[in-house]
Design a protein around this ligand. Structure first.
Ligand code: KIV
Ligand code: ZN
Length: 502
């Protein structure tokens, strides 16, 4: 069976989602998980875009084994140099260079003639090829490019040494039959097309990214660029889990396979969601909370009699399992270490000590500890690690109830100094956020707030995610606790710490 190469761009296009920025440590964690998931290639970042991106791509190239590590570069020699310097530490590396080919981009953005674009594309590919063998070229906005010109560019960059040519629907404008025809036309008209892998990269502005990618695959594309949970610019990219599960569930129809270990999908999706703060809608295909939930009685009856009546794939196939009770107050270091290994979590000795201490604190508050609780302890660490914490919550006291004015008294720590404040608002969260604002002497605009339980039971750990706006920029914060008000304050502080670091 022929294989479709899965190229993940969560760490590059995905990270371009507004408010989804990740620090280096978090990117490295996601990169390790993408390797466990079995992606063939992943784009680790855009090294020339910032020193932070360069640092993250270099670290990933040094540490992550398995997939090809790709870096993005504009079709400029200086970008290609920076990109190569970041990925050179990996034995399996790729430079992905791009230049727009649509009339609107060439005229208004690049201010270049088609011939100049063609020359620059060829020069960039040749230059990248002088650095490394594996070179990908993308004619940006290919779906709106003029057909003859696109064919000329594809032929020329393959002659120049591109091993993969990626056809992006940059603005998510295409319709599946039309996009499929575009790929078929390239195969019919570009004489050297079989010397490169043809890839696609579809955006989801009309909700058609997955359908367009699959239409391309049916017409010969053998690489799909996609992201976990469909993250990406604006409405996002084609979702990796949807592409992969579609090819797997309809194997007989497509007669194509992927190298993805599908049982890692759920874990990868949760990790990306909690580190980026991009919440997954409950009815999202494959990884939404309701994707395998059967509400109607008639459906439940059918599924109990035989799951295939209403389930076209099993929850187990994406790695979903019933919450398992794992540890409790009396579990020791050995049991905790064994559980981390089972969950595929790698920690340094220092991180292990911190996580074990947090686990013991949680076990004092909560009788039963589930896999999800352990994962949340680790994610909590990750969402703040690698960054200096400015303010930390020392303690909180709330009085609130029917018919009384809520009051929050908060004590924060910064270095070895403590600060306290009291405030009253229209509820316990509002009061505590006002108390925090008093201490920090700044006002932040809260634009999004959500709280959900991580595991099961009334004593479950609550996870709060917030977004706030400060001077036109969005900052994400996450906090967990068995007390949802405490979780909410931690989330608020985690976002404020990011603002203050900036
Ligand atoms: O959407 C797009 O065109 C891109 C390119 C850089 C491939 O992200
Ligand atoms: Zn894109």
């Amino acid at each position: 069976m022929e294989k479709v190469i899965i190229f993940d761009t969560t760490l590059r296009d995905g990270e371009q989602s507004p408010g989804a920025s990740l620090n280096t440590k978090q990117k490295l964690e996601i990169a390790h998980q993408l390797s466990a998931l079995g992606v063939d290639v992943f784009e680790a970042g855009f090294p020339a875009s910032s020193p932070g991106d360069f640092e993250a791509v270099s670290l990933i190239a040094k540490k992550v084994k398995g997939p090809i590590i790709c870096g993005l570069a504009r079709a400029l020699r200086k970008d290609i140099d920076i990109c190569f310097n970041a990925i050179k530490h990996s034995k399996k590396r790729r430079i992905h260079t791009f230049l727009a080919t649509s009339p609107i981009h060439m005229k208004y953005k690049l201010k270049l003639t088609p011939n100049e674009v063609l020359r620059r594309a060829v020069d960039a590919v040749k230059y990248a090829k002088s650095k490394t063998f594996d070179v990908e070229f993308s004619p940006e906005d290919a779906a709106r490019s003029e057909s003859d010109f696109l064919c000329r560019v594809v032929e020329a960059v393959i002659d120049a040494g591109a091993t993969t040519v990626n056809i992006p629907d940059t603005v998510g404008y295409s319709i599946p039959s039309e996009f499929g025809e575009l790929i078929a036309r390239l195969f019919a008209r570009v004489p050297n097309i079989n010397k490169a892998v043809i890839s696609v990269h579809c955006h989801n502005d009309l909700g058609l990214a997955v359908a367009n990618s699959l239409a391309a695959v049916m017409n010969g594309a053998r690489q799909v660029e996609c992201t976990i949970n469909g993250l990406g610019e604006r409405a996002g990219n084609a979702s990796l889990e949807e592409i992969v599960m579609c090819l797997r569930t309809r194997k007989k129809f497509f007669n194509l396979s992927t190298g993805i270990k599908t049982t890692e999908i759920s874990k990868t999706s949760k990790l990306v969601s909690s580190l980026t703060g991009m919440i997954i809608q409950p009815n999202k295909a494959i990884v939404g909370n309701n994707a395998f939930a059967h509400e109607a009685g008639i459906h439940q009856h059918g599924v109990l009699a035989r799951s295939s009546t209403y389930e076209i794939m099993t929850p187990q196939s994406i790695g979903l399992k019933a919450s398992s009770l794992v540890l409790g107050k009396h579990s020791g270091r050995h049991a905790f270490e064994k559980k981390l290994r089972e969950l595929g979590i790698r920690l340094t000795p220092g991180e292990f000590e911190k996580a074990f201490k947090d686990f013991k604190t949680l076990a004092d508050k909560k009788k039963d500890i589930y896999d999800e609780d352990i994962e949340s302890i680790i994610e909590d660490e990750l969402s703040q690690s690698g960054e200096k914490r400015m303010y930390e919550l020392e303690n909180i006291f709330i009085s609130s109830g029917t018919g009384m004015k809520p009051v929050a008294r908060i004590k924060l720590k910064k270095g070895n100094k403590s600060f306290s404040a009291e405030a009253s608002g229209d509820g316990p969260v509002d009061s505590s956020y006002k108390a925090v604002d008093k201490i920090i002497s700044q006002k932040f605009k809260l634009i999004d707030y959500s709280v959900k339980s991580i595991s099961i039971g009334k004593d479950a750990v609550g996870e709060a995610m917030i977004r706030l706006n400060y001077k036109g920029k969005t900052f994400f914060g996450r906090g967990t606790s068995t007390d949802v008000i405490e979780a909410s304050v931690k989330a608020y502080l985690s976002a404020i710490n990011k603002v203050l670091r900036k």
